[in-house]
Design a protein around this ligand. Structure first.
Ligand code: SF4
Length: 413
């Protein structure tokens, strides 16, 4: 991925956002560093039986300094930090023969494409691979679709090449390119692929690619139905849900947390009145009608930067194999592609939420960064996004052009 750069610029966004679960080796390192004595209290908190780094009341890591840098890093160096902090923003997952490496778009440097080429991080990535036992055992390649055999290298490359070629067709409006990706994801989901393997599959995806953009003009779509819009809002809720261990420990029990989630989820499904609390970093109490009224992304003064960011995010997810297999709940390639389309639509909805909260008629680049960051933060990590409920949601949205409709309504129109 020569078009994706990253070096940490110490913005502290991840230190304010992530809850860091600690491993045995992390606990030993922290003990050797004598933080209990230096801080006057333990930097570790236990939540549901597991140790985590303690967070301040504002949600930031207890080691985050005022200058935005990490105190462990400053005093003891990069390798002295808990392994999860060292690995971010890389997403590592085992493959059949080599490691799968993607990057997380919550990171500001990744979003802004700032820093060194990803290859320069290879020494650290190799060290992580040795230190993380879950990466040691090879993982099978992702299935092409649920119930089928794993996709061969040729099948994966054929699909990637068609999607990449289409996404890079810069003579075609970006919103149309997004629509085309949704159409391919939907078409593959609706096809019976058990007899369409190897040469026949590569022919099929090539034909799908060649049918664009003409097929989209022949198949115009209506706005999403009420049910499809409700599912999109619920999917956005699932992608922004943000259980904070300090909240859970200090203020509420598991039952209260569950009841609050159910109440807020119901409010998102209805989509009437004001939005519920979604995450500490997102606005609350925004009129749902104002969100729907935010103008098309193409009319944003930042539209070319927004397109560049979204294009890089999608290609990075595809090339980093973050959407399927061991990096994504063991899902098939077809399910993973559809999940990506849903993620883009959710990022668009969150961007609109931010815009409406500031009474701006158009989204700005910063809104889209927030939307993409929120969605990618959880992708492939949050257990509830790999649940059967999520697959049922995708199955429903695949019908009746649901994926295309919600993507267009939240990103393009
Ligand atoms: S979000 Fe990225 S750039 Fe900012 S501190 Fe974390 S790793 Fe560094």
């Amino acid at each position: 991925m020569k078009w994706q750069q990253y070096s940490c610029h110490g913005c502290g966004v991840c230190c304010r956002d992530f809850t860091v679960q600690l491993r045995e080796e992390d606990l030993l390192k922290l003990e050797e560093q004598s933080w209990d004595r230096i801080l006057g209290e333990s930097p570790i908190v236990h939540f549901r039986g597991s140790p985590y780094l303690k967070r301040n009341d504002d949600g930031s890591c207890v080691f985050l300094k005022e200058d935005g840098l990490c105190r462990i890093h400053a005093d003891h160096g990069f390798a002295a930090k808990p392994i999860a902090c060292q690995v971010f923003p890389f997403n590592l997952a085992p493959g059949e023969s080599k490691l799968r490496v993607g990057v997380n778009y919550l990171c500001r440097s990744v979003q802004e494409n700032k820093g060194a080429e990803l290859e320069t991080h290879l020494p650290d990535l190799r060290r992580f691979a040795e230190e993380l036992p879950e990466l040691a055992a090879p993982a099978p390649e992702a299935r092409l679709a649920r119930g089928l055999e794993p996709a061969s290298r040729r099948e994966r490359q054929a699909l990637l090449s068609v999607l990449d070629g289409w996404l890079l067709s810069d003579d075609i409006a970006f919103s149309v390119r997004l629509d085309g990706v949704a159409w391919i994801a939907q078409s593959l989901g609706n096809a019976r692929l058990d007899d369409v393997r190897e040469d026949r599959f590569t022919d099929l995806v090539r034909l799908l690619g060649e049918a664009l953009p003409g097929e989209l003009e022949l198949l115009p779509i209506e706005p999403p139905t009420g049910r499809q819009s409700a599912l999109l809002r619920q999917a956005s809720f699932a992608r922004t849900e943000d259980p904070r261990i300090n909240d859970g420990n200090r203020h509420r029990g598991r039952l209260m947390t569950t009841l609050s989630q159910l109440r807020r989820n119901r409010s998102m499904r209805r989509g009437r009145g004001l939005t519920p609390k979604l995450s500490v970093v997102l606005p609350e109490g925004v009129d749902f009608r104002a969100i729907e009224g935010v103008g098309p992304f193409v009319e944003s003064p930042d539209s070319s930067e927004i397109d560049e960011l979204c294009l890089r995010w999608i290609r990075s997810s595809l090339h980093g194999s973050r959407l399927w297999g061991s990096a994504h709940y063991g899902w098939s390639i077809v399910d993973g592609l559809q999940s990506m389309v849903l993620n883009i639509a959710c990022a668009g909805w969150i961007a609109r939420l931010c815009s409406a909260a500031d009474s701006r008629p158009m989204v700005r680049l910063e809104d889209v960064r927030t939307g993409i960051g929120r969605v990618d933060r959880h992708a492939g990590r949050a257990p509830w996004l790999g649940s059967p409920i999520e697959l049922v949601r995708l199955r429903y949205l695949r019908l009746d052009d649901g994926l295309r409709r919600i993507l267009r309504a939240n990103w393009s129109s």
